[in-house]
Structures are given as structure tokens and as C-alpha cells.
Design a binder for this molecule. Structure first.
Ligand SMILES: [Fe+2]
Length: 477
């Protein structure tokens, strides 16, 4: 069975050994640290408390909330932080280690039993260390730094917010490190990709942890004879709201998938453009981030890149796939695809209108000799300039029936020669910088390999599970 026999790569093994040692040391340290703290004397917990919070941890991971843009959001951290308030600091790291559940385990069938033990183990260690860091931050602040606003003691609130930040940072740092080791992608890119806007919703949810802990610890209990009843009662509406949210997300996803399907039909028609849109998307997204655009803009650029050539559906195959050079008349037909694209998507403008500039202007040139409108320089919308450059590089390295694929070095040289002629010079400069640092992105072969054989990304709980896992493409060439 692959589950037991699969062996981690050497670098991952070394990482696992180091993290195991670190985990053991941190739990031991926390145990020592909590002994002698006055607060620990107040901790009277029972095996039922442990089982109840362990079950909540497991449930939170199972009932993760899907977000738009490939992300999912687990409520696990809310329970982890609440438990940090309730239990001595060494308990929660062990609890999360034991009660970690990888939701993907429920999707496994006998034929596809590819769940690997070391990913699971990594995720457990990662969650343990993040919880240990948070528990230390909380305990340290709570016991040493009393914080007041006029007469109100807000120590616990501040301590749990800082603990939440520690938990978040340790989580994404460890995941970024593991993804870096397995894919060689620059660690900084992965870190910021994970970081994103989610950090704010993460912080906003932190007070809920405090509320849960207070409900649980209320003396006398708010409901019946045990604090757990109040916690359960509080969670029911939360869970109910999740169902509604799931439906909204599913609807959006179905729409996005339909659009992807349309773009796949273009890629699938031609073996030379296999995964073309996907690679243009990866390049454009990296460029956009390097340019300093925010997450929402990067998202739109990714969406637009995926469908930038959708208008080619309206171009006859005889022209689109003609081996050899085109007549002027044929070229004029090809030149219509940006406008066809926008017209085709017009009925869905409510969801897609922001991508229209990309679709319409991705063949404009910096010197004004592009199409369809012959815009020049800054007149060309920035997003279209970005996608246009990514598109050109991808086409050069993919080749055409009548043109051999260029090596990444030759393609880069051509792009640089065309700075200020076809491309925005500033973007070309950024392009060169990223080109030098990321092989997955520079080299088409590496990219296709990564995409076609699942990327060895490590799924994780809570925010780092935002790490988007490139899907295995089923497109035929
Ligand atoms: Fe195009």
C-alpha cells in the first residue's frame, strides 16, 4: 500500500526529523514553563475536557469553509486559540497533534490511495509548533504584562491576538519552507502568496476564541451544569451559516469552471498550445505581484489571463492552425479575436467585465503598432500589458508548427530587445528579475512537468491550506 511504503524525499526527511525534535523540545519547554506559574494551579481539567476540545478540533477541520479563489478556510485556529486560554500551554500542541485530520482523507477511494504519511506527519508537526508558539506568547503576556485601557483589563484580549499572529506566522512559514524544499520555488513568493488578505479575516475572528473560552469557563455554567453546552449552542448558528455560504461559493465556482472549460477548448485544440493559458496565467500573476499590485488585482489578472484568447473560438480552424505564414486577409481575421472574446463574454459581464480590458488589449504594442485599436504606451491598460508580455514569452517558448520553440534564454533576449518597442520597458525589467529566480516559470518543460504530475505541495490546516494546489489537467493535446 502506498500509504505505508511511500518514502519522503531526503530533504523532507531531514526537515521532519528537525521538526520532530523541535516539537518535543517545545512541548517539554512549555511544560516546564507552566509549572511554577501561578496560573497553572487554577487548571483543573478532566479527560472529558480533553476529548471535547479534541473533537472540536477534528470537527473544525472536517467542516472547513470554502472561499473563492481556490482557498479554503478552516475554523480550527479559533478552537486552538480558545483551548490555549482554557488549558495549560503544553496541552494544546499535543492535542492538535493527536486530533489533526486531513480532510482529503475522506476523498480517497481504494483505487486512488495516494495519501502519503509524511505529508500528514508534517501537517501535524506544523500545527503542533504553531500552537506551541501561540501558547507561549499567550502565557507569557498574560502572566507578565498587565495591559489596561483606563480601568479595563484587556491583557487577555491583547495576549490572544498576539498569540493568533504567532500561530499564523509559524504556520505559513513552515508550509512555505516545505513547499520551497519540494518545489525549489523562492520561499518569499510562497510566503506572500499564502499571506494575502486572509490574514485580516484571521485576526478579526480571534475575539471569537476569547468568547468561546469564556463561555466554557463560565462559573456557574451558563447552561446546565457544564460550559460545553453553551459552546455547542453558540456553534449551531455558525455551522448553519456555513451551509448557505457553501452554496454561494459553489455557484461562483461552477461559473468559473465553465469559463475555464471554454479556455480549455482553445488549448486542447492545438498540441503546441497545450496548457498555454495556464502558463500565461502563472507568468502574468508573478509579474503582477512583482509590480506590486494588490491581491484583488492579481486575482483579476489571473482570471483574465486564463481566458485572454477565448475569442479564438470564433476564428476558423483553417486560419488558426494554418501551418505556414498567413496571408494579409487571414491575419486580419486572426486580429479580430480580442474583440470576439469580449463580445462572447458580454452576457456574463456582471462577473467578468473587469477582465475585458485584458482580453481586448493583450495584443496592443508599446509603440502603437498592435491591434485592435493601436493604443500606445500608457494608453494600453496595465493589466493588458502584463498579460501581453506573458503571452508573448509563453508563445516563443512553446513554438508553432512553422516556428521552432525558442530556448528560455533566446526568448528572454528577444523580449529584452523588444523593450520599448513591443513591451513596456518597466515590465521587461521586472520580467528579467523573476525570470532569473524561478525555474518553474522560466522553463516550459519544468512547468508542464509540475502541472501534469501533481505538484508535491503539502496541504495543511488553517490559513496555509490557502496554498493553491495546481490541478492536474485532463486536457488532451
Ligand atoms: Fe491572443
Amino acid at each position: 500500500m502506498r500509504f505505508w511504503t511511500s518514502k519522503p524525499p531526503a530533504a523532507i526527511s531531514a526537515l521532519l526529523v528537525a521538526l520532530t525534535a523541535l516539537s518535543a523540545a517545545s512541548v517539554y519547554f512549555l511544560w516546564h514553563y507552566s509549572v511554577g506559574i501561578e496560573r497553572s494551579a487554577a487548571f483543573q481539567f478532566h479527560i472529558y475536557d480533553i476529548l471535547f476540545w479534541g473533537a472540536l478540533f477534528a470537527w473544525a477541520q472536517f467542516a472547513e469553509v470554502k472561499l473563492l479563489a481556490y482557498a479554503s478556510f478552516s475554523h480550527l485556529f479559533i478552537f486552538v486559540l480558545a483551548a490555549i486560554i482554557i488549558f495549560p500551554p503544553w496541552v494544546v500542541p499535543l492535542l492538535i497533534f493527536l486530533f489533526y485530520i486531513n480532510p482529503s482523507i475522506f476523498n480517497l477511494t481504494k483505487e486512488d490511495f495516494s495519501y502519503t504519511w509524511y505529508k500528514d506527519f508534517f501537517n501535524r508537526l506544523q500545527s503542533l509548533l504553531a500552537a506551541a508558539g501561540a501558547a507561549f506568547v499567550f502565557t507569557f503576556i498574560y502572566n507578565n504584562i498587565p495591559i489596561y485601557i483606563s480601568d479595563v483589563n484587556i491583557t487577555q484580549m491583547v495576549a490572544i491576538i498576539l498569540a493568533s499572529i504567532a500561530n499564523f506566522i509559524i504556520n505559513i512559514s513552515l508550509v512555505s519552507l516545505a513547499v520551497h524544499i519540494s518545489t525549489r520555488m523562492p520561499i518569499k513568493d510562497i510566503w506572500f502568496h499564502n499571506f494575502g488578505w486572509i490574514v485580516f479575516s484571521y485576526m478579526l475572528m480571534t475575539p471569537v476564541s476569547l468568547l468561546l473560552a469564556r463561555l466554557y469557563n463560565a462559573n456557574p455554567p451558563l447552561l446546565g451544569n457544564w460550559g460545553g453546552w453553551a459552546v455547542i449552542l453558540f456553534l449551531i448558528p455558525l455551522y448553519y451559516a456555513r451551509f448557505h455560504w457553501d452554496e454561494v461559493v459553489k455557484l461562483r465556482e461552477a461559473f468559473n469552471k465553465t469559463v475555464d472549460l471554454l479556455s480549455n477548448t482553445i488549448d486542447a485544440k492545438d498540441s503546441h498550445t497545450f496548457l498555454h493559458s495556464e502558463r500565461v496565467t502563472a507568468i502574468a500573476s508573478a509579474l503582477a505581484r512583482a509590480y506590486g499590485l494588490d491581491a484583488a488585482q492579481v486575482n483579476t489578472i489571473e482570471k483574465g489571463s486564463r481566458i485572454h484568447d477565448i475569442g479564438k473560438i470564433g476564428i476558423p480552424d483553417a486560419v488558426l492552425f494554418k501551418p505556414g505564414s498567413l496571408t494579409e486577409e487571414e491575419y486580419n481575421i486572426i486580429k479580430k479575436h480580442p474583440e470576439y472574446g469580449v463580445r462572447l463574454l458580454e452576457p456574463a459581464s456582471e462577473y467578468l467585465s473587469e477582465t475585458f480590458d485584458i482580453i481586448k488589449y493583450h495584443h496592443e504594442r508599446w509603440d502603437g503598432r498592435g491591434y485592435p485599436e493601436g493604443l500606445a504606451g500608457q494608453e494600453i491598460p496595465l493589466w493588458a500589458r502584463i498579460v501581453g508580455l506573458a503571452d508573448a514569452y509563453e508563445a516563443m517558448t512553446a513554438g508553432r508548427p512553422y516556428q521552432k520553440a525558442k530556448t528560455p534564454e533566446d526568448a528572454l533576449r528577444e523580449i529584452e530587445d523588444l523593450a520599448g518597442i513591443q513591451f513596456d520597458p518597466k515590465l521587461v525589467r521586472l520580467f528579467r528579475e523573476i525570470w532569473e529566480t524561478n525555474p518553474a516559470w522560466r522553463d516550459r518543460e519544468v512547468f508542464l512537468r509540475l502541472y501534469s504530475s501533481k505538484v508535491p505541495s503539502l496541504e495543511s490546516s488553517s490559513p496555509p491550506s490557502l496554498e493553491r494546489e495546481p490541478e492536474t489537467s485532463q486536457k488532451s493535446s
